[in-house]
Design a protein around this ligand. Structure first.
Ligand SMILES: Cc1cc2nc3c(=O)[nH]c(=O)nc-3n(C[C@H](O)[C@H](O)[C@H](O)COP(=O)(O)OP(=O)(O)OC[C@H]3O[C@@H](n4cnc5c(N)ncnc54)[C@H](O)[C@@H]3O)c2cc1C
Length: 396
């Protein structure tokens, strides 16, 4: 190992940026060289992306310049795309060069999991980044413009969301807020617009409290959503979807939110993965690689009951705290900490002024839950950027 250990953090999402922020606070001068690599020069607040995707918020509000969050005297920021991880050589290959490391933190986020369903990769859109949500927003609006030129094409006004998990439900909450405005703007009869939510599992929001799920479905049905629960998508085509029941829904817009897998580079690097995610040890390291920490959607952590925790921003942030501690401890030859996930609750937005959630052991719904959602979002902004960021990017 070189005299000053080199820490390379891949990805400035929830896991990566919080690790960098913690390290810049905890490391002493010349204790380590820390480099943060990210595709873009901004961090995006993934948990807000359903809003700009539907067009109910500006994508600008969901991103923050990375140099405003880190101290450049303590962290080197490299704007580049990682193309390969070579754990045996302790190197990462970037589009523009190579970085060597002593410690690696992988926080590259997830990729859509299509479960091998034909056509999803090719024809469905997914909510993953600022660029993807800009595209979805423009695409949705364009369908209204197209319909005005070809009024027999009702498929332009048909929107299918695949997956009724967190992301799917939050996106539907927003798109159903946006549609009435688009109908007004483009003089379209709202009764012509159809929004379907198709979910293969026996319930929407699997794992959520059934009473809250029912509440959420009622809210969204009242906003015009047709649910097709316990119904798998068999194929996505250029014309829409074919369901396992044989029914075909013609739609010019299919947004797939049905699953997340880890980054494909982890498989390519030879790590042992489950759906692209590495089952990390109690210290958040990749098994057999004591110098590689894996966070967020790239990692897999099991509950004491043996069930995998769903990938969330909340778990990524908590992992980042432990990862930063363990990196500092490794460098100083101190004891590592084990990671234990502590759920602070979950709130899913259903559009403007409506949400459902569990906070502590309390169920919340409606306006109160929507306020909780804003508080959670603002807490995160506070963690990464203090009061100035809350004031600049907070959605009050
Ligand atoms: C619409 C939506 C709503 C959500 N709502 C919630 C919620 O309310 N609560 C909750 O807890 N979770 C929510 N989630 C889940 C949560 O956003 C993710 O679990 C979380 O973002 C994972 O964090 P991460 O650090 O693993 O990666 P990410 O936050 O995804 O960040 C990955 C980073 O890596 C960068 N990157 C990727 N590939 C490369 C590469 N090759 N080279 C360089 N950089 C790269 C990306 O640009 C990005 O900056 C939501 C997700 C979505 C999509």
């Amino acid at each position: 190992m070189s005299r000053i250990p080199r820490i390379v953090i891949l990805g400035a999402g929830y896991g990566g940026i919080v690790t960098a922020i913690r390290l810049q606070k905890e490391l002493n001068y010349n204790e380590a060289d820390v480099t943060l690599v990210n595709k873009h020069d901004y961090h995006y607040i993934t948990t807000h992306l359903h809003m700009p995707a539907a067009g109910t918020d500006n994508p600008e509000n969901a991103r923050v310049n990375i140099l405003k969050l880190i101290d450049e005297f303590k962290i080197d920021f490299v704007k580049s795309t990682v193309v390969q991880i070579r754990p045996q050589e302790k190197k990462v290959i970037l589009e523009e060069g190579t970085l060597s490391y002593d410690y690696l933190v992988v926080g590259l986020g997830g990729e859509p999991e299509t479960f091998g369903i034909p056509g999803l990769k090719e024809y469905a859109l997914s909510i993953r980044s600022i660029n993807s949500v800009r595209f979805i927003r423009e695409h949705i609006e364009y369908q209204f413009a197209r319909f005005k030129r070809e009024p027999n094409r009702l498929d332009y006004l048909t929107f299918i969301v695949g997956g009724a998990g967190f992301t799917g439900i939050e996106f539907i909450g927003e798109i159903t807020d946006r549609i009435p405005k688009l109908c007004k703007e483009y003089d379209v009869d709202p009764s012509l617009v159809k929004v379907y939510n198709v979910e293969a599992a026996p319930t929407a929001l699997p794992g959520f409290d059934p009473e809250l799920v029912e509440y959420a479905m009622n809210v969204l049905q009242n906003k015009g959503v047709t649910f097709k629960i316990a119904t798998a998508i068999k194929e996505c085509t250029p014309d829409g979807v074919i369901l396992a029941t044989g029914e075909e829904i013609k739609a010019a817009t299919v947004v797939w939110t049905g699953g997340i897998r880890g980054n494909h580079m982890l498989d390519d690097a030879g790590f042992e993965t489950m759906r692209g995610r590495i089952k990390v040890d109690e210290n958040l390291r990749a098994p057999g690689h004591d110098n590689v920490y894996v966070l967020g959607d790239c990692s897999l952590v099991f509950s004491p009951e043996g069930r995998p925790y769903p990938p969330t921003a909340q778990i990524s942030i908590q992992q980042a705290d432990i990862c930063a501690h363990n990196l500092v401890a490794s460098i100083r030859g101190e004891q590592l900490k084990s990671f234990t996930y502590e759920s602070k609750g979950t709130v899913a937005s259903l559009g403007r002024g409506e949400a459902i959630g569990i906070v502590g052991s309390r169920k919340v719904k409606g306006g109160m839950a929507a306020i909780m959602k804003k508080v959670i979002d603002m807490r995160y902004l506070y963690i990464i950027g203090g009061i100035p960021l809350v004031l600049k990017k907070g959605r009050f």
